[in-house]
Ligand binder design. Structure first.
Ligand code: GDP
Ligand code: MG
Length: 317
């Protein structure tokens, strides 16, 4: 268990991953049905199973190649061993894809002060909710948090973030609907600096009139933040709805092509059967998964840990 993930978090994640796990093992059972050894047919079916479990083609091919190499070394590999071998290879892929990045933990060890996080992503993926949960968890860790309501496109977005600020008992800077998002961002950071806050979380609109508009808006927010703190934002977090499977991967590709993204947040991993998408995104995307959302409650956001994730997927206890 990673030092930053509690037993409660692991249980919550395992609970949330139940459907993905059942989907995964239901398919695995069909792959090995009536077979005693891992042969080329089993490997073919395993490959198809991984792809249809939202793992992604590139990651699937790597996993299959590694299992193939093991099969050709061992003379006889029984299908009973396959789930253990698969667990090892999925873990290896994910850990390899993530080990270059150290996580952002709620205790903010070695982080700049204030740590400025800009949160982006299309409408409905869970940006505002994730900010609320992050605020709560940072606050629980004893950190001073300031939220910036820079999604000024819809009145409901400002209201929703205000409600989260009350729930989490953290400060918020809000200038209402239709105000300039970069002015909100600027004032938020100004307040954080003057009050020596530890972390700044800035919400943004998922949809403006068009894509160019959105990207210009994000660039403008960056520029005004940099007037106060040259390195800000320290992270641009792209939020993706994990329950959309391959669409999440597609959104990640489009968004990262259009703007600089430094970290990912994968939401709605509770109650979806498409959690396999995390394997592909963590392994091949080159951008670290920072946090995962596992429910709608305040506590339902965790620091992403590849080993903990694999454990939840293969947890049969
Ligand atoms: P935004 O438009 O990106 O700001 O998305 P919101 O934060 O408004 O979230 C959209 C919906 O997704 C809300 O109903 C949230 O409660 C829900 N949501 C966000 N994260 C999660 C999660 O991890 N699990 C579940 N089950 N629902 C979530
Ligand atoms: Mg929102």
């Amino acid at each position: 268990m990673g030092f930053f993930s509690s037993k409660k978090d692991q249980e919550k994640l395992s609970g949330g991953m139940r459907k993905t796990r059942e989907h995964f093992f239901g398919k695995l059972a069909r792959v090995v049905a009536g077979k005693s050894r891992v042969d080329p047919d089993v490997l073919d079916e395993l490959e198809e199973m991984l792809i249809t479990s939202d793992v992604g083609v590139q990651t699937t091919v790597k996993i299959i190649e590694r299992i193939e190499a093991r099969v050709s070394k061992d003379k006889y590999m029984s299908t009973a061993e396959l789930d253990t071998i698969l667990e090892e290879e999925v873990a290896a892929q994910m850990v390899e894809g993530t080990e270059a990045h150290s996580p952002i933990t709620f205790d903010l060890q070695d982080a700049p002060k204030p740590l400025v996080l800009l949160v982006v992503g299309v409408n409905g993926v869970g940006k505002t909710t994730s900010i609320g949960k992050l605020a709560h968890r940072f606050k629980q860790a004893g950190k001073k948090v300031v939220l910036g309501a820079a999604d000024t496109f819809r009145a409901a977005a400002v209201d929703q973030l205000t409600i989260w600020s009350e729930r989490a008992q953290v400060d918020i800077v809000s200038k209402g609907m239709n105000t300039d998002p970069s002015a909100v961002a600027f004032e938020t950071l100004q307040k954080a600096l003057s009050e020596e806050a530890d972390v700044v979380l800035i919400d943004t609109a998922g949809r403006l009139h068009n894509k160019v508009n959105l990207m210009n808006e994000l660039s403008k927010i960056r520029r005004v933040l940099q007037k106060l703190v040259p390195e800000a934002p320290h992270e641009v977090l792209l939020v993706l709805d994990g329950s959309t499977g391959q669409n999440a991967l597609e959104q990640a590709k489009q968004f990262t092509a259009a703007t600089d993204v430094s970290g990912l947040v994968l939401t709605k991993l509770d109650g979806t059967a498409k959690g396999g998408v995390v394997i592909g995104i963590a392994s091949e995307f080159g951008i670290p998964v920072r946090f995962i959302g596992v429910g709608e409650g305040m506590e339902d956001l965790q620091v992403f840990d590849a080993n903990g994730f694999v454990r939840s997927l293969f947890d049969k206890g």
